[in-house]
Design a protein around this ligand. Structure first.
Ligand code: FAD
Length: 297
């Protein structure tokens, strides 16, 4: 997160970015004791955390009856502006963007990679990074990845009703909701994840999921107006153990992939950028074996 924040700042990309704390509440996955263990594990890993009892959570954030781990230094952004900002910087520095285009085939060789598109065009490159999200290209091992659909709502702007620090809120629950704010004071609440890969089936559930998310939001943060003004759904690739797969694609020379970020796209995409830069330039990356195609989990 620090690396993404620093680079975005250095490049002057405007994307409604904000550094926020986080509030992680106990639920059916972690009870109060489980949350305390989680806080210890995070401390041992070097993260600054605060473990709060229900009275303190109520006092500080007006959330009733819950234990919480408070975290610091998280990052939020408008993902479309952020992605567009990075693409524009790359184009300014000489990158060529081919879009819209569907890659239909890839011919790897020891000299480079030839990419075939649906428009009959061929693009040649020294290296290929397949960052195709949940739509995995043929020839790439799946590593147990599956497609998850997720739903979101956004409320009207209500800056005066936002809880102190505007920290992101989520629960140790399955299914979990997560809540964040925008700089204008809109509240975004998402979650209700299900293993659905069919877009029509996913979108048919938008009305029901919108009602469920609005109910959960109102129950969790009673001081805000939880009526949805926008509602949407999307899908992402997720792995069985929550670990992304990043690295050289076995059997495809000069080809790399980054996939299976789950709901942690903002964190894992930056990790992938750093690791793949290390692998492609030959400097390497000390952590890359943890997420490589060769790991055995
Ligand atoms: C509703 C929702 C809310 C989310 N909220 C959060 C959040 O709060 N925080 C967070 O960190 N993550 C969140 N995520 C997860 C995050 O969005 C994903 O993990 C992330 O976008 C995955 O990034 P990616 O680059 O791998 O794939 P994508 O963002 O899916 O991009 C892949 C791109 O590749 C293109 N593509 C695919 N196949 C081809 C092909 N053959 N030829 C050419 N182009 C191709 C696609 O069109 C697409 O543009 C959320 C996801 C959803 C759906």
């Amino acid at each position: 997160m620090d690396a993404l924040r620093e680079r975005t700042e250095r490049l002057g990309i405007k994307a409604d970015t904000a550094t926020r704390g986080s509030i992680y509440l106990n639920g059916n996955v972690l009870d109060a004791e489980g949350l305390a263990d989680e806080a210890d594990a995070r401390r041992r890993a070097g993260f600054e955390v605060e473990l709060l009892k229900p009275a303190a959570v109520k006092d500080r954030y007006a959330i009733a009856g819950r234990h919480a781990i408070v975290g610091f230094g998280n990052y939020s952004a408008d993902p479309r502006q952020l992605a567009a900002g990075y693409l524009n910087v790359a184009i300014d520095r000489g990158a060529r963007l081919y879009a819209p285009v569907d890659v239909t085939d890839v011919e790897p060789s020891n000299l480079g990679v030839l990419v075939h598109t649906d428009q009959g065009r061929q693009i040649s490159a020294n290296h290929l990074v397949a960052a195709t999200g949940y739509e995995m290209m043929k020839g790439i091992p799946r590593k147990g990845n599956k497609i998850i659909s997720s739903w979101s709502i956004a409320t009207k702007p209500q800056p005066r009703n936002i809880w102190p620090t505007a920290a992101m809120i989520w629960e140790a629950n399955d299914p979990y909701p997560y809540i964040r704010t925008t700089p204008a004071g809109e509240v975004i609440c998402g979650g209700e994840d299900e293993e659905i890969s069919d877009a029509e089936e996913r979108d048919a559930k938008i009305d029901a999921k919108t009602r469920a998310l609005s109910r959960k939001l109102a129950a969790l943060v009673p001081n805000i107006d939880a009526a949805p003004v926008h509602a949407w759904a999307g899908s992402f690739g997720d792995s069985a153990v929550g670990t992304p797969t990043i690295g050289r694609i076995p059997g495809m020379a000069n080809c790399y992939a980054a996939m299976g970020y789950g709901g942690n796209g903002i964190t894992f995409s930056m990790m992938a950028a750093q690791m793949l830069r290390g692998l492609i330039t030959g400097y390497g990356d000390g952590d890359s074996e943890l997420v490589s195609f060769h790991r055995d989990f």
